[in-house]
Design a protein around this ligand. Sequence first.
Ligand SMILES: Nc1ncnc2c1ncn2[C@@H]1O[C@H](COP(=O)(O)OP(=O)(O)O)[C@@H](O)[C@H]1O
Ligand SMILES: [Mg+2]
Length: 316
Amino acid sequence: MQTAAKVLSNDPNNDELKTFYDEAIMMGMLAHTNIVSLLGIITCGHPKAIVMELCDNGDLHHYLQELSSRMAQASENFLLAAGVGVARGMEYLQLKSIVHRDLAARNVLLDQTYSVKVCDFGLSRCVGAQNDGDNVHKGLYKMTHGANIPVRWTSPEALRDQEYTHKSDVWSYGIVLWEIWTNANTPYDSMTNEQVWLEVGTGYRLPKPQAAPAFVYDIMRKSWSANVSERPDFVKIITDLHLLETSKQLSEGNKLVISSALGAKIEEEKSGKVATLGLSAHHINNVVKKFMKVSKAMTTTDVLSRMKKILKNEGG
Ligand SMILES: Nc1ncnc2c1ncn2[C@@H]1O[C@H](COP(=O)(O)OP(=O)(O)O)[C@@H](O)[C@H]1O
Ligand SMILES: [Mg+2]
């Protein structure tokens, strides 16, 4: 198995260390075809690193831009399946009570088979606990200190009140769909961040990408409902996608792509082993323990290849 590592700077401050461990712990809670898998963390010595499955085809934003710079166009099937895959990954996060807070095409990876994987849990928060500290209530994370906010991907209520929910992730999902169908154009390209804040707050919405089918733009517009209670959550989006499987308005080809992207049973079975490797806390502990013994005098490349060997043996 090939691996990728998210490496922490050599001299991290306390905040950076906390973010690093929070992200690794968050990833360790997750096992889904459409979420990047954690393989382990390197905590001993420097650099510390989060080791995860390698997604050979990089992130969706770069991939689409690269195609467009070569005057190439991704197939409609790929674009449809990518949108459905992101929705499935996000439904899984919702079921795990996790709000991502930075969903964007740059944080969606493509593996060897071009299957999509949501990544970058650096801003993610668990919102399941009722009374976990002062600011967490069920389904809601209230941000209390500054962070760089991706304004163009963030819902008006999250920008205004710093309140993040699954529904604010849905807003970002609508923007990701727009990126998918525009070859990863920058949303609201002609506006400054301040203009976006103002215009979107007073009702402006991104136009329909020329290539996007009407039913896809319909999902975008619902994702951008100003009234949060009118905005679907990811469970509803997936239910609606299932309804589309039998819709008379869709071509048989589109229905087939949506069905297989929603099912993805075979893929899930295939990646079962990856998920086991990546996500059993016991397993990760074992790997990290073994790893600590051997990693002291090694270069990062040695470290990663050693880790791969340990993982291979652990996986049987
Ligand atoms: N597992 C991976 N496989 C391949 N590329 C990756 C992987 N993880 C991250 N990347 C690349 O690195 C970029 C930054 O990673 P990300 O986790 O989003 O970190 P950051 O917090 O710096 O945004 C991604 O946009 C993607 O291009
Ligand atoms: Mg990122």
